[in-house]
Ligand binder design. Structure first.
Ligand code: MN
Length: 382
């Protein structure tokens, strides 16, 4: 037996295998991404189910999570509405539950940056315990995860991040959205993701929480989100949704036909006497009330929506906020009005499109800004 021949053959085979595995390892690693700065001892994300990133320097062993102490920890979960991570001894009641939608982040330029600005400003200004529910498509999930990993060190607190695939979120409420959409969209059916513009209306059927904040990704926090959350204290059993007025005369415009028939109506008119309509960039959703209210259930039925739209001769294009605006004209008690400083909208489109004379009546907002909303791609100041 030629020992050296066998040895050479085996040696090269092993070498070739090592190279192959090495390359595979590098490819997989770059796909999943290393976790920067979050903790000592890098730990790669796995590709299935629950993702956990331990606190700085400590392994995650959840049962001993000292709530109250400064704690930096993340939990990732892919799909599922009620599952949680292995460590959850932070009281559920203390958590601020926030939902954000991020889709098509790989196609739409600047969306990833907007999301990054929004979430990092959120983290930076609060010490509260956050549960962040991210509704994403496949590509956007990867982008969102990378963003959160890179800005995670800004958090002073305990953060849990949950990912939900958009299909799973929309599926149970698709039938409702299908009849809302024609009234409040430019081109119904243009994008599947357009369905998400209506999600907040029926999100109480998807998420089991008692209450939920829903924040657009084109926002920037200048204050502590817990101050926003504390507005829930002003809610009565009749209040469903907290939100700020729309700061442009868009509903004044859309109600033009209605005003010709009803010249004295205050619908779509500016404050203080009027009701300018709502903006849905920042929503406080009292899910428990939404579930319990017979009135709300009735109002979002197909026939009721049709009647409402007909009454106001309305054709909208802004999704959920169109419905809220119309409902607000009829049932003011369903809504808690947030101060303009908690949704400072920066879009000035209607100022340059025929409404310069009345624009300021809608757009004025005194006081220190707590949250900027860079709607219609507006630049957000530092
Ligand atoms: Mn927005």
């Amino acid at each position: 037996m030629n020992f050296s021949k066998i040895f050479n053959l085996t040696f090269f085979r092993i070498l070739a295998l090592l190279c192959l595995f090495g390359t595979l390892y590098l490819i997989l690693q770059s796909e999943a991404g290393f976790l920067p700065r979050l903790h000592v001892g890098f730990r790669k994300l796995q590709t299935n189910n629950i993702k956990e990133i331990p606190e700085k320097g400590k392994p995650v062993d959840g049962s001993e999570n000292p709530s109250g102490s400064r704690f930096l920890s993340f939990c990732f979960e892919e799909i599922g509405f009620s599952k949680s991570c292995s460590y959850r001894n932070v009281s559920l009641l203390d958590n601020i539950e926030i939902a954000m939608i991020l889709t098509r982040a790989n196609e739409i330029r600047g969306l990833k940056e907007k999301f990054s600005v929004s979430v990092s400003s959120l983290f930076r200004h609060t010490n509260s315990t956050l549960r962040l529910h991210l509704i994403c498509d496949e590509h956007s999930k990867i982008i969102a995860r990378k963003v959160i990993q890179s800005i995670g060190s800004l958090a002073n607190n305990f953060v849990q991040v949950y990912f939900y695939h958009v299909d799973y979120v929309i599926k149970p409420v698709e039938n409702v959205i299908s009849y809302l959409k024609p009234h409040f969209t430019y081109k119904p059916g243009a994008y599947y993701s357009d369905n998400l513009f209506f999600l907040s209306i029926v999100i109480h059927r998807v998420f089991s929480q008692e209450r939920l904040l829903m924040i657009d990704v084109d926002t920037k926090f200048k204050s502590d989100v817990s101050d926003l959350y504390s507005h829930f204290k002003n809610f009565t059993s009749q209040t469903m949704i907290g939100l700020a007025y729309e700061q442009q005369p868009v509903y004044y415009h859309l109600l033009h036909e209605y005003h010709q028939a009803q010249p004295d109506s205050l619908a779509g008119m500016p404050e203080p006497a009027g009701s300018p309509g709502f903006n849905s960039g920042v929503l406080l959703l009292e899910l428990q009330n939404m579930r319990n209210s017979d009135l709300y259930q009735k109002l979002i039925q197909e026939t009721a929506v049709k009647k409402l739209v007909q009454k106001y001769k309305f054709k909208g294009h802004l999704g959920d906020q169109d419905l809220y605006s119309l409902l607000g004209f009829e049932h003011r008690e369903l809504f808690h009005i947030l101060p303009c400083t908690w949704n400072r909208q920066l879009c000035h489109w209607w100022k340059d499109h025929g409404y310069e004379d009345v624009f300021e009546n809608y757009n004025k907002c005194d006081g220190e800004i707590s949250l900027y909303h860079g709607n219609c791609n507006s630049h957000i100041p530092d």
